[in-house]
Write a protein that binds this ligand. Structure first.
Ligand SMILES: Cc1cc2nc3c(=O)[nH]c(=O)nc-3n(C[C@H](O)[C@H](O)[C@H](O)COP(=O)(O)OP(=O)(O)OC[C@H]3O[C@@H](n4cnc5c(N)ncnc54)[C@H](O)[C@@H]3O)c2cc1C
Length: 391
């Protein structure tokens, strides 16, 4: 079977690319190893900047009607300090504020749209290897003991950055300073509806936001060594419970929000996170979403960058498909202009957040000038719209 494109991974990056290419008449194979719907480690916040794109993708109505309440304020919960500030917003936009939507809904909706557009879905199949032939790729798919080989003129890697397998480079060995990602849903919390606080605690950072179905998400990045230390002190706790214990011990705001809250479902974990910018193109292989570049989730922009990088790539492929190297260069230039600053801002904020002395030094400043938090959210990309579809 020869496809115009094989897309590996059906997160927001892969589904968006597959859907846009299929709509433009391309034959597309979209390969996803997990059965949907599935929960995923993610804070689930989607910035308002994506609304025009979500409209194009056919899921804006669901996002607006089923997502959590609009997030109008950003907060900072650190030690005993609770500061809130205005979330930067888009002027003249039909919906000024972002909101959260469970990944079990978002990813399934996007996959349905890709299927409707004509993409051929291979699920649950894992892409286990691929090989360059003369002017196309063969890709081996496996499902338990079954194997299939499909071919594509190009490969689009949207397989995220946290799973073993088809990553573009070998995963580095584990380090004590690695960040691990955790997430859980809670009901009956005391989080104000329109507030998304950043949680700062020794060895990590986190966030909380109302999502769909009257739940909040609590998600965080925590250093491996911090988690090991906490688990040594509290040997009976599971990793997720140890994370929650650590956050609650060091963050009064989180303690208050979670006081009467009930966890819904299991803690989920991933890691190590791999923040950074990676090659975006290599000889007919394109990278989108986290496989192209990953921001520390302290800025909650990973879904945005996944959707937006997919849009940038699909737009170029559809309009300039004749010369792949040219598309690769253009895509790299546009991606860098659009996404790189968010990754750098996220690195900077993380370095500050994990150093208690830096936090203690800056907190009085943030208390006096909460607009600095608004500015930080702006730097993290909360009003960075895609130039091509700012309708
Ligand atoms: C703690 C935490 C909180 C976060 N909070 C937010 C937030 O609030 N807002 C936000 O915007 N971002 C957030 N993010 C980031 C966001 O989750 C990611 O950036 C986003 O999921 C990236 O999308 P993607 O499509 O590139 O990859 P993914 O969503 O990781 O999707 C990759 C897909 O590829 C599949 N796959 C992998 N390998 C194969 C293979 N070999 N064959 C077939 N399928 C394969 C996987 O099963 C998966 O479905 C957070 C991240 C973390 C860790």
């Amino acid at each position: 079977m020869m496809f115009d494109a094989i897309v590996v991974g059906a997160g927001p990056a892969g589904t968006t690319t597959a859907l846009l290419l299929a709509r433009a008449g391309w034959t597309v194979a979209l390969v996803e190893k997990h059965i949907f719907p599935r929960r995923k480690v993610c804070g689930e916040f989607i910035s308002a900047t994506n609304l025009p794109l979500l409209k194009e993708l056919g899921i804006a109505d669901y996002y607006l009607s089923h997502g959590g309440p609009p997030v109008e304020r950003v907060g900072l919960f650190a030690n005993n300090t609770i500061i809130t500030a205005t979330m930067p917003h888009l002027d003249n936009a039909p919906s000024k504020w972002g909101r959260a939507l469970g990944r079990e809904h978002l990813d399934s909706l996007l996959l349905d749209q890709a299927r409707l557009a004509g993409a051929q879905i291979w699920q649950p199949w894992s892409a286990t290897q691929f090989q360059k032939q003369d002017n196309f790729y063969t890709c081996t798919l496996t499902q338990k003991e079954k194997t299939e080989i499909i071919s594509g003129k190009i490969m689009i890697m949207a397989n995220g950055s946290w799973e073993k397998g088809l990553s573009q480079s070998a995963l580095p060995p584990h380090k004590p300073t690695d960040f691990l990602g955790f997430k859980a849903h809670f009901t009956q919390s005391d989080l104000e509806a329109n507030l998304m606080p950043l949680l700062v605690f020794p060895g990590g950072y986190g966030g909380m936001v109302h999502t769909d179905n009257s739940r909040i998400t609590l998600s965080c990045g925590i250093m491996r060594k911090t988690l090991s230390h906490t688990r040594k002190i509290h040997p009976g706790l599971s990793a997720g419970e140890a994370v929650a214990h650590h956050i609650i011990s060091f963050c009064q705001g989180a303690r208050h929000v979670l006081n009467k809250a009930q966890r819904e479902g299991q803690w989920l974990s991933v890691g190590p996170l791999r923040p950074g910018i990676r090659p975006l193109y290599n000889n007919g292989i394109f990278f989108v979403g986290n496989s192209a570049g990953e921001a520390h989730p302290i800025v909650a922009e990973g879904i945005s960058m996944a959707l937006q990088s997919a849009w940038l790539l699909a737009d170029l492929l559809i309009n300039k498909q004749a010369d792949l190297n040219q598309v690769g260069r253009e895509y790299t230039r546009k991606w860098t202009a659009h996404c790189a600053s968010r990754i750098r801002a996220a690195n900077l904020f993380t370095q500050i957040a994990i150093h208690p002395r830096a936090v203690a030094f800056l907190l009085p400043l943030f208390k006096h000038f909460p607009q600095l938090i608004t500015y930080g959210a702006k730097l993290s990309g909360k009003v960075k719209t895609l130039p091509t579809i700012s309708k």
